[in-house]
Design a protein around this ligand. Structure first.
Ligand code: NAP
Ligand code: G4F
Length: 350
């Protein structure tokens, strides 16, 4: 059976992809970072399964900033498929740690591709790069396709731009089976809690349970094309099953504002909101008139990506990929999971 190596296996996407590959019969190797505390919560269920862990799932310490580590891992594992999902993935944080973001998200991709060449895996290993709709930034076309010119708006976007082009370059220069998935925002109950969707659904659950008064957010008018993460990791696998490598947009072709995400989330916990005011003075009130959503300009970004909406026609045509979970269903899934979580936390605290 094929052998896969996943970087970023402890992240949202890595955890879903690992489950899916194991279910398909793969042997899965994951790179994890040394941390001062446990960072494997999202794969704990796999880790604790004696029929899986150290049988078909193996974890290795590593870091995308360490070339010799990458060489050793590739030599030892000899993977057929590599999914490079590891990244400093937070756009706002990238303004605070721009150099580190470039090291990991930009040069880290180069290190990996070069290691594949260095250890002679060019013919054996197929490579997936976690590219992003942040490449489109200040969008030059609506909706965005594989042909839309890029205009990144953050150190994260610029670092990922390097990652994108170095993948294309190694494919064209050395014949590597290397592909870019240009994924639009995708979310789930496993999403990190500092990304806006999860921040909102966590707050909605806790506010509903009386554990929190309100949530403070940044730009409520930003529009995103939000999909359901497990469907997007399935698309990653489909890309590597193609005879020829390529670059694909992965999106729902529907866009919604952060404000709409709030409205759906609070409605899902039976607390419908009404928004009033503008800019920094905008608030979302519940039916009793209590402010539940506020704006805090600290969450604004030095440069913002205002609108993203992707056209996944190429993926539909060539990979047979089509998202099924709608925006309303996605919010329901996340809000329900986080309401349940808040109820559990409340019980534990009692
Ligand atoms: P995530 O939850 O933030 O996970 C990122 C993963 O990368 C974590 O496992 C993290 O390890 C690991 N990592 C960070 N820095 C590393 C380093 N220097 N060396 C090795 N590992 C490192 O991100 P995600 O949402 O699953 O996204 C997966 C990938 O897709 C990322 O590359 C992201 O930029 C890209 N992407 C995401 C979206 C989206 O909407 N989710 C859209 C487009 C592209 P720790 O657990 O130890 O922190
Ligand atoms: O949830 P976000 O932080 O995601 P963002 O910046 O779109 O990036 C995510 O998606 C990218 C794909 O396009 C990935 F490449 C990237 O790795 C990451 O997964 O913010 C979404 C929008 C932004 O416009 C932001 O300004 O929500 C706005 N926002 C408003 N208030 C907020 C907040 N974002 C965050 N994180 N926190 C807020 O309080």
């Amino acid at each position: 059976m094929p052998i896969a190596l996943i970087t970023g296996i402890t992240g949202q996407d890595g955890s879903y992809l690992a489950e899916q590959l194991l279910a398909k019969g793969y042997t899965v190797h994951g790179m994890i970072r040394r941390a001062s505390n446990f960072n494997t919560q999202r794969i704990e269920h796999l880790f604790n399964d004696p029929e899986i862990y150290n049988q078909r799932l193996f974890l290795h310490h590593g870091d995308l900033t360490d070339s010799s580590n990458l060489n050793r891992l590739l030599e030892k594992i000899g993977p057929n498929e590599i999914y490079n999902l590891a990244a400093q993935s937070h756009v706002k944080v990238s303004f605070e740690v721009p150099e580190y973001t470039a090291e990991v998200d930009g040069l880290g991709t180069l290190r990996f591709l070069d290691s594949i060449k260095e250890v002679g895996l060019e013919k054996r290993a197929r490579f997936y790069q976690a590219s992003t709709s942040e490449l489109f930034g200040l969008v030059q076309e609506v909706p965005q396709t594989e042909k839309t010119p890029f205009y990144p708006r953050s150190p994260y976007g610029v670092a990922k731009l390097y990652g994108y082009w170095i993948v294309v370059n190694y494919r064209e220069s050395y014949g590597l089976h290397a592909s870019n998935g240009i994924l639009f925002n995708h979310e789930s109950p496993r999403r990190g809690e500092t990304f806006v969707t999860r921040k909102i659904t966590r707050a909605a659950g806790r506010i509903r349970e009386g554990m929190q008064e309100h949530v403070a957010l940044g730009n409520l008018g930003a529009q995103r094309d939000w999909g359901y993460a497990p469907e997007y990791t399935e698309m990653m696998w489909r890309m590597l099953q193609q005879e020829q490598p390529g670059d694909y947009v992965c999106a729902t072709q529907e866009t919604h504002t952060v404000r709409e995400f709030c409205e759906h989330s609070f409605a899902a916990v039976d607390m419908p909101l009404t928004f009033e005011g503008e800019g920094e003075n905008e608030v979302g009130r519940d039916e009793k008139g209590i402010v539940r959503v506020k704006v805090n300009p600290n969450y604004y970004r030095p440069a913002e990506v205002e609108l993203l909406i992707g056209n996944p026609e190429k993926a539909r045509r060539e990979l047979g990929w089509q998202p099924k979970v709608t925006f309303a269903e996605l919010v329901q899934i996340m809000a329900k999971a986080d309401w349940d979580l808040a109820k559990k936390e409340k019980l534990l605290a009692a």
